[in-house]
Design a protein around this ligand. Sequence first.
Ligand code: NAD
Length: 135
Amino acid sequence: MRDLSGKVAFITGGASGIGLGMAKAFSRAGMKVVVVDFRDDHLAAAEETLARGGAEFHLVKLDVVGRAAWSRAADEAERVFSRIHVLCNNAGVGVLTPHRPGHLGGRGLVAGGQSRRRHQWCHHCSAANSCARAM
Ligand SMILES: NC(=O)c1ccc[n+]([C@@H]2O[C@H](COP(=O)([O-])OP(=O)(O)OC[C@H]3O[C@@H](n4cnc5c(N)ncnc54)[C@H](O)[C@@H]3O)[C@@H](O)[C@H]2O)c1
């Protein structure tokens, strides 16, 4: 993906730390960001930071271990921004927390470097930043 302008990134754990850093960087590059997190205090702080920076963003409260909620979050993100171009599976992804295959009801989200179609969600396991490839 060369032209980032107007593209949409969905970032789990995006309300603080590395995830928020990605949200700010993507936003500065002209992307819209969906920031997903399970902590209200982090979401509130991220809202303030992103708004101050002039970002176009949407916040979703989601605990990424709950599979059912993924589907709702993806639907919500699509409703707001129509499409999702980049998925950053950042929340809780670490070498100490092994992955199991997840599922986005119809939208594939698969651990282990595999991917399935619809939005071409991509999961990079155990990478420090675990930022999905731009499709
Ligand atoms: N910071 C490092 O040095 C480092 C090193 C190696 C790997 N990592 C990995 O990079 C990723 C980001 O690191 P970080 O230090 O910014 O993380 P962090 O601990 O600051 O968390 C980032 C955000 O993720 C949210 N979060 C955590 N679990 C969640 C869940 N189940 N559902 C939704 N949101 C959740 C937190 O509320 C937080 O806002 C993590 O997966 C981490 O394992 C970080």
